[in-house]
Design a binder for this molecule. Structure first.
Ligand code: ADP
Ligand code: MG
Length: 662
C-alpha cells in the first residue's frame, strides 16, 4: 500500500461525528455517509487539518515507519534529509545531538533539506526577475500544489515549474552519492508522503517520515541525546534556506521582498487565506507576479510536528538556528557549493487532476433545501454546525454526495422535538389504554363474582318474596303484622332489583342488533320516567338518519339509568338536556344535567359495580356499571365531563355515549 492510497483514514469507533473535520477540510474531501466521517482519498490534499482538529484522535495517517525500517535493514546506502523546521520541533536539542540520533538509527548520510531550499530560492528569484507577463504560484507546499491540481486545474499552468526543496536536495545527494542512494525525508508534513509518489519518476525520494514518526523510531530503539555521539550534518550545508519553514522565508532566502507597493510577490498562509488567495489569483483580482502560498501557517505549524509550542516560539527557534548556522558558514565554501550545483535540475512539471464536482441546478438545489426543512429565507440560519459555512453550501455538498440532511442540527432538533411530542402522545394513549384495561379486567372479575352470588340468592329470594307476598295478601291492613310484612315485601323487592341488576351487569350474552329509530327510542324512554316538576327537559335530535343498529332492550336500560342519575342529581330542580347527532360512522347521545356534578375523586369510581354515593336504600351502584357493559358490548364508549365545584362555574354533568351506527 502506498501513502497516496490511504494517506488519512478515520477510526470509526472513535469518530463522534462532530463535523469539525468537515469544517476544517479546505478540499471538502470528507464525506458523511450513514453518520460516519470518511476521507475520500482521491479528493484529499494531505494538509492534515482534519488530524489536527479531531479532539477524539479519530483521524490517523499512513505510517512510513515499516518501509523506512525495511530500507535501513536492506544494507543499501541510505540518507536522511531533515526539513528546515526541525529547530522548531526540537528546540531543546543541539542540532549535533539530533544529527547523531538520526545517524544512530542506521542512516549513512544525514543532511539538511535547506540546501535544496537555497537552490529553489535562486530558481524563484530568476523566475520573478524575468520581465514577462507570466504570473506564478509557488510550488513549495505539496498540499497547495495538490489543491490547485484538483480544484483549480485551470491554474496548473501558473504553478511555478520549480521542484520542492526536498526533491532538489534529493537530486543533489544523488549527484554526490550516486543513483543507488536511498533517501528518506524527515519533516513536519503529511502531504510529502503523497508528493513522493505523485511526482513519479521525477521524484528521487523513497519515503517521508514525520517528526512524530521519527520520535517513535527513536523511542522504540532506545536512542536518545544522552546515548549518541554528537555529529555534524553532511554537506552541502545550507545558507538562508533554513528560513523556508517560516511564511515568507523563501522570499528572504531568494533575496526577494513582499513589496506592498509593487505587490509583485504576495504571501498567503493558513487554511482559509490560501484558498481565498487562489480564488482571487484565478479571477485576476490578486495580480501578483509570484504568489507564495502555504497551507499551514508556515511548515513550522505542520501536522507532523511533535510538540505543542506556540507559533512564535517555533518561529524564534528556526530564526535563531538560521542565524547561528550562518555565522559559522564560510562564505567562500558557500559560494563554492552553489557553483558546484548551479546546474542541478530545479524544475518540475505539474498536471491537472480535476476533482471538481458538478453543481446542482437551481431546481435541484431548491428541492434539496426543501428536504432540509429550508423553505423560507429565515429558515437558512447559516449556523455552520453541519461543517459548511452556509445552508446552501451544505445543500450543494448533499448534491455532490458529500453530506447528509441529518447533519443540519437545527432541523434535526426540530424533528427530534416533534418525535418527542409524538412519543408523549403515544405514551399518553398507552397509559390511558392501560387504565382502561385494568378497569375492564376489574369489571370482568366483579361481573363473574356478582353473577355467582346473584344466581345463588335468586332462588331463596324468590321463595321469600312469594311467601311474604302471600302473607301480605292474607293480612288485613289493620293487622298488627301488616306493616312488618309490607316492609319484608318491599325490601325483598329491592333485593330482587339488585339481583337482576347484578345479573344484567354480568351478562355474557351477545347483543341482539336490530334497526331502531334512536330518536323515537329516547322520546319513549323519557315518557316512562317520572319527571319532577322542577326539572325542564330539552331534547335536540340533530342526528341525520336516526335508524341505527342497536339492542333495543339494552339501550333502554342505558338511557333509563342515565336519565335517573341526572334527575337524582337535580334535587333542587334544573335542566335535563338530551341531544343526538352524527359523528361519521358513529352517532352520539349526550345526556347533560345542571345537577350537583361529580367530584373528581368520585368520578374515578362511578363505573365500578356497587359504587354509590346515594343513601342506603336509594342507590344500588349498578346503573352506570350496567350501562358501561352494554355500551362496550355495542363496541362504543361512554365519556363523562363534570363540574362539582360552583367556584369553577356552573355545576352539572355531561355523559356522552358514542356508538357505531351499524
Ligand atoms: P347509583 O345511581 O345507584 O348510585 P350509578 O352506577 O347509577 O349508581 O351511579 C354511581 C354514582 O355515580 C352515583 O351514586 C353518583 O354518585 C354518581 N353519578 C352518576 N350520575 C350522576 C349525575 N348525573 N350527577 C351526579 N352524580 C352522578
Ligand atoms: Mg343510578
Amino acid at each position: 500500500m502506498q501513502a497516496s492510497d490511504k494517506l488519512i483514514t478515520t477510526k470509526k469507533e472513535l469518530c463522534r461525528v462532530c463535523y469539525t473535520c468537515v469544517r476544517d477540510c479546505p478540499a471538502k474531501a470528507i464525506r458523511i455517509s450513514s453518520g460516519q466521517a470518511e476521507v475520500i482519498q482521491s479528493r484529499c490534499i494531505g494538509c492534515g487539518n482534519c488530524v489536527l482538529v479531531c479532539s477524539q484522535n479519530a483521524k490517523q495517517y499512513y505510517s512510513s515507519i515499516d518501509e523506512v525500517n525495511a530500507t535501513l535493514l536492506s544494507g543499501v546506502r541510505t540518507a536522511a534529509i531533515i526539513a528546515p523546521s526541525f529547530p522548531a520541533d526540537y528546540p531543546d536539542l543541539d542540532y549535533q545531538q539530533l544529527c547523531g540520533m538520526v545517524r544512530g538509527l542506521g542512516f549513512d548520510i544525514v543532511s539538511e533539506v535547506s540546501f535544496g531550499a537555497d537552490l529553489v530560492a535562486q530558481a524563484y528569484k530568476k523566475l520573478v526577475a524575468k520581465h514577462d507577463e507570466n504570473r506564478f504560484i509557488a510550488t513549495t507546499c505539496p498540499a497547495v500544489v495538490s489543491f490547485v491540481e484538483k480544484y483549480h486545474p485551470e491554474l496548473v499552468s501558473s504553478l511555478a515549474p520549480v521542484a520542492s526543496p526536498m526533491v532538489v536536495m534529493g537530486r543533489v545527494l544523488k549527484r554526490i552519492h550516486g543513483d543507488d542512494l536511498r533517501i528518506v525525508f524527515i519533516g513536519p508534513c503529511f502531504a510529502k508522503k503523497s508528493e513522493i509518489t505523485r511526482s513519479g519518476e521525477d521524484c528521487v525520494i523513497d519515503s517521508a517520515l514525520t517528526f512524530k514518526e521519527l520520535n517513535q523510531m527513536l523511542d522504540s530503539t532506545g536512542i536518545n541525546s544522552a546515548n549518541v555521539q554528537k555529529s555534524n550534518f553532511d554537506p552541502p550545508l545550507p545558507g538562508l534556506g533554513s528560513l523556508f519553514p517560516i511564511s515568507g522565508g523563501m522570499l528572504q532566502a531568494g533575496d526577494m521582498t513582499e513589496d506592498l507597493l509593487t505587490a509583485d510577490v504576495v504571501c498567503a498562509d493558513g487554511k482559509s487565506n490560501f484558498t481565498h488567495a487562489l480564488k482571487e489569483f484565478e479571477n485576476g483580482s490578486l495580480d501578483a507576479k509570484l504568489l507564495e502560498v502555504l497551507c499551514c501557517q508556515g511548515c513550522i505549524m505542520g501536522p507532523g510536528m511533535s510538540n505543542d509550542l506556540p507559533y512564535f516560539s517555533r518561529r524564534t527557534a528556526v530564526s535563531k538556528y538560521a542565524r547561528e548556522r550562518l555565522k559559522s558558514v564560510d562564505p567562500d565554501i558557500m559560494q563554492n557549493q552553489y557553483d558546484t550545483f548551479s546546474d542541478i535540475d530545479t524544475g518540475n512539471t505539474y498536471r491537472p487532476d480535476d476533482k471538481r464536482l458538478a453543481l446542482p441546478s437551481p431546481v435541484d438545489l431548491q428541492n434539496i433545501m426543501k428536504r432540509m426543512g429550508k423553505v423560507n429565507d429565515e429558515d437558512e440560519l447559516d449556523c455552520g454546525a453541519c461543517g459548511y459555512a452556509t445552508c446552501r453550501e451544505h445543500a450543494i455538498a448533499i448534491h455532490k454526495g458529500l453530506a447528509e440532511n441529518e447533519m443540519c442540527l437545527p432541523n434535526t432538533i426540530d424533528r427530534l422535538k416533534k418525535s418527542l411530542t409524538d412519543l408523549n402522545i403515544s405514551n399518553d394513549k398507552l397509559s390511558k389504554t392501560q387504565v382502561a384495561l385494568i378497569n375492564a379486567e376489574k369489571l370482568a372479575g366483579m361481573g363473574q363474582l356478582s353473577a355467582g352470588i346473584a344466581h345463588e340468592i335468586n332462588n331463596p329470594l324468590g321463595v321469600i318474596l312469594l311467601n311474604s307476598q302471600l302473607m301480605l295478601d292474607e293480612c288485613k291492613p289493620d293487622d298488627d303484622n301488616f306493616e312488618d310484612i309490607s316492609l319484608i315485601v318491599e325490601q325483598a323487592e329491592r333485593c330482587k332489583t339488585i339481583v337482576s341488576g347484578l345479573l344484567n351487569f354480568a351478562r355474557k350474552n351477545e347483543v341482539n342488533l336490530e334497526i331502531v329509530n334512536i330518536s323515537a327510542l329516547i322520546d319513549r324512554c323519557l315518557k316512562t320516567i317520572i319527571l319532577p316538576k322542577n326539572i325542564r327537559v330539552i331534547v335536540e335530535h340533530k342526528i341525520q338518519n336516526p335508524q341505527v343498529e342497536i339492542d333495543e332492550g339494552q339501550m333502554i336500560q342505558v338511557l333509563t339509568n342515565l336519565f335517573k342519575n341526572a334527575i337524582e342529581a337535580m334535587q333542587d330542580g334544573g335542566e335535563l338536556h338530551l341531544k343526538t347527532h352524527d359523528k361519521g360512522r358513529y352517532f352520539k347521545i349526550i345526556v347533560s344535567d345542571t345537577g350537583t356534578g361529580i367530584p373528581e375523586k368520585v368520578k374515578k369510581k362511578i363505573f365500578e359495580p356497587l359504587f354509590t354515593t346515594k343513601k342506603v336504600g336509594k342507590g344500588t351502584g349498578l346503573g352506570l356499571a350496567v350501562a358501561y357493559g352494554i355500551i362496550k358490548m355495542h363496541r362504543g364508549k361512554i365519556d363523562v365531563q363534570s363540574n362539582a365545584d360552583p367556584e369553577k362555574g356552573k355545576t352539572g354533568t355531561k355523559f356522552s355515549v358514542t356508538l357505531p351506527k351499524c
